[in-house]
Ligand binder design. Structure first.
Ligand SMILES: NC(=O)c1ccc[n+]([C@@H]2O[C@H](COP(=O)([O-])OP(=O)(O)OC[C@H]3O[C@@H](n4cnc5c(N)ncnc54)[C@H](O)[C@@H]3O)[C@@H](O)[C@H]2O)c1
Length: 296
């Protein structure tokens, strides 16, 4: 097969072994791909290794993962702290380093120097522009977004994000990869917040507006959405989990492009100013004990 046009994926390298990168490596190996997980931090790689193997083990114990798949995945996984070795065999590189355009572009630029010519590139960015990232590289048609959800080995969706120049063959290849990882795919043209963050941020903001107006208590608003609309979590449970500071940055970004509806609600801003950032600090809309259990 021509190396320039090859779209068959056998080997995947994941850049960044944090929350998302380790999950992506888990589902890549679980899907049968030779998988290399790269991080600059040895500690992150060690934590990733034990989290991935632990999750496979739990899956097997619960009867949700076939033991032979788990064993094979263990054999397919490699952990690397050297970027050029990590990408030297990669047919696809999926990036999951922190959310900074500068950092992401820099790591892609370094990675492609040691990767095979035919390599495809995907970013797991939550909100940065795929077109801008691709534009900084010499192969914009082979670049797309693959937006996974946390925890990756449990959540079923991947938003496949098409930049201005992403070609059809790249989208097809990445769709097949995501499906082989056991995911459902929705294709999204690059736009602020894709589908999920755009709708979720709006619901969350509106929920705070209702709380501020005294329409109902927080727990009743959550209960209404869970029992009346079949949402698995209420908007306040969700924002406490995501972090109010993280949600604030999403709303600020979306309000710049999508306007007034996304302007962060005043009560919500007060919670952020008060340091009520969610479960991770023990207090958000609700209060939590040290084990993360709700106590109000
Ligand atoms: N956490 C989520 O729920 C979530 C969901 C969807 C998308 N995302 C996106 O995924 C990306 C990663 O988020 P995360 O939550 O996994 O972050 P994280 O902070 O948990 O992990 C980032 C990892 O990248 C590593 N890293 C930093 N600089 C690096 C470099 N130069 N080279 C290699 N590794 C480097 C860090 O050591 C760390 O292990 C971000 O773009 C984020 O917006 C996050």
């Amino acid at each position: 097969m021509n190396r320039q046009t090859q779209r068959e994926i056998r080997t995947i390298t994941v850049l960044g072994a944090g929350t998302m990168g380790r999950g992506i490596a888990h589902v890549a190996a679980g899907g049968g791909y030779e998988t290399c997980l790269f991080d600059i931090s040895g500690d992150a790689l060690e934590q990733a290794r034990s989290a991935i193997f632990g999750n496979f083990e739990r899956g097997v114990e619960l009867g949700k993962v076939d033991p032979t798949v788990a064993q094979r995945a263990g054999e397919l996984l490699d952990f690397q702290q050297d970027l050029s070795s990590a990408v030297s065999q990669a047919d696809l590189i999926i990036e999951a380093v922190p959310e900074s355009m500068e950092l992401k572009v820099e790591i892609f630029q370094s990675a492609v120097q040691s990767a095979p010519e035919h390599v495809l590139l995907a970013s797991n960015t939550s909100a940065l522009s795929i077109t801008e990232m691709a534009g900084a590289l010499d192969r914009p048609e082979r670049f797309a977004g693959m937006h996974f959800f946390n925890p990756v080995h449990i959540m079923r969706l991947v938003e496949l994000v098409q930049g201005l120049e992403t070609d059809k063959a790249t989208l097809l290849a990445l769709r097949e990869v995501a499906e082989t990882m056991g995911k459902e795919v929705v294709e999204v043209k690059e736009s602020p917040g894709f589908v999920t963050s755009r709708i979720n941020a709006l619901i969350g903001n509106e929920a705070f507006r209702m709380l501020q107006e005294g329409v109902a208590t927080a727990s009743d608003i959550d209960k209404a959405l869970k029992l009346g609309l079949n949402h698995p979590m209420g908007p306040f449970e969700m924002v406490d989990l995501v972090g109010l500071d993280v949600r604030l940055s999403v709303l600020q970004r979306l309000s710049q492009s999508l306007g007034e509806l996304y302007r962060p609600n005043n009560l919500f801003l007060q919670y952020v100013r008060a340091g009520r950032l969610g479960k991770k600090v023990g207090r958000g809309v609700y209060a939590y004990d040290d084990s993360g259990k709700r106590i109000d």
